[in-house]
Design a protein around this ligand. Structure first.
Ligand code: PGA
Length: 254
């Protein structure tokens, strides 16, 4: 049985007041017996505030990015050890906004993945195709290449166990257009099959989240799919009621 996850990627949104209001509302209203793991990803500067507000609750927290280096003269970067200091359990690596806007490479993302995993964090590796790539029937090729850069590093196979994959078609992120449940399931099944080549047990236990315009109105259909183990939620995670509703749908249908 895979433990489902609903993760909220806040991106570059928030303020001290907003963090307090959102997290207070989440901790007060979350179903404490839910089998779904709820995780929030505030901007770095609010991690201490999030840690204080979430202490003792069932909600986990993490960071939206991390450096591939452990320390050094890297102005503006944040290391895995710093995230450990704030008791982060998860970190997102390779989000499409990092890949496209900040030009992160597959190689760099793989390094971030293993640096995080080595220090006991659970990396959520994001993969997904652009609209152009989908229309030119390159989806599987693109996703396979993104996975390959991490999974091909066999010497690190023990570190893969901490990982989670998020399939996020770029054309569905922040656009209001979501993949159909069938489109998402097709890629999720492909990802599981891909991982099976390396390790059958890992593939069976691997949590694969769908991300891209997930809302309470479309979550049920997506979560019903056999290879979808939860969601990585952007916009809708900034609203307590919506986020809680998505967690509850995940609990019923994942
Ligand atoms: P969205 O973002 O839910 O706003 O589409 C998802 C993501 O970028 O992780």
């Amino acid at each position: 049985m895979r433990k489902p996850i609903v993760a909220g990627n806040w991106k570059m949104y928030g303020s001290t007041a907003m963090v307090k209001e959102l997290l207070t509302s989440l901790t007060e209203n979350i179903d404490k017996h839910s089998k779904t793991e709820a995780v929030v990803f505030p901007p770095y500067v609010y991690l201490q505030q999030a840690a204080d507000l979430l202490q003792g609750s069932t909600i986990h927290w993490g960071a939206q990015n991390v450096s591939e280096y452990l320390d050094g003269a890297y102005t503006g970067e944040i290391s895995v050890k710093m995230l450990n200091d704030f008791n982060c359990e998860y970190v997102i690596v390779g989000h499409s906004e990092r890949r496209t806007i900040f030009h992160e490479t597959d190689q760099q993302i793989a390094e971030k993945f293993f640096t995080a995993s080595r220090q006991g964090l659970n990396p959520i590796l994001c993969v997904g195709e652009t609209l152009n790539q989908r229309e030119s029937e390159q989806t599987f090729e693109v996703v396979a290449a993104q996975l390959e850069s991490v999974f091909a590093k066999q010497e690190n196979s023990a570190l893969l166990k901490n990982g989670v994959i998020a399939y996020e078609p770029v054309w569905a992120i922040g656009t209001g257009v979501t993949a159909t449940p069938e489109q998402a399931q097709e890629v999720h099944a492909f990802i599981r099959k891909f991982v099976e080549k390396y390790d059958k047990t890992l593939a069976q236990n691997l949590r694969i989240l769908y991300g891209g315009s997930v809302k309470s109105s479309n979550a049920q259909q997506l979560f019903r799919m056999p290879d979808i183990d939860g969601g990585l939620i952007g916009g809708a995670s900034l609203h307590a009621k919506e986020f809680l509703e998505i967690i509850s749908l995940c609990n019923s249908y994942c």
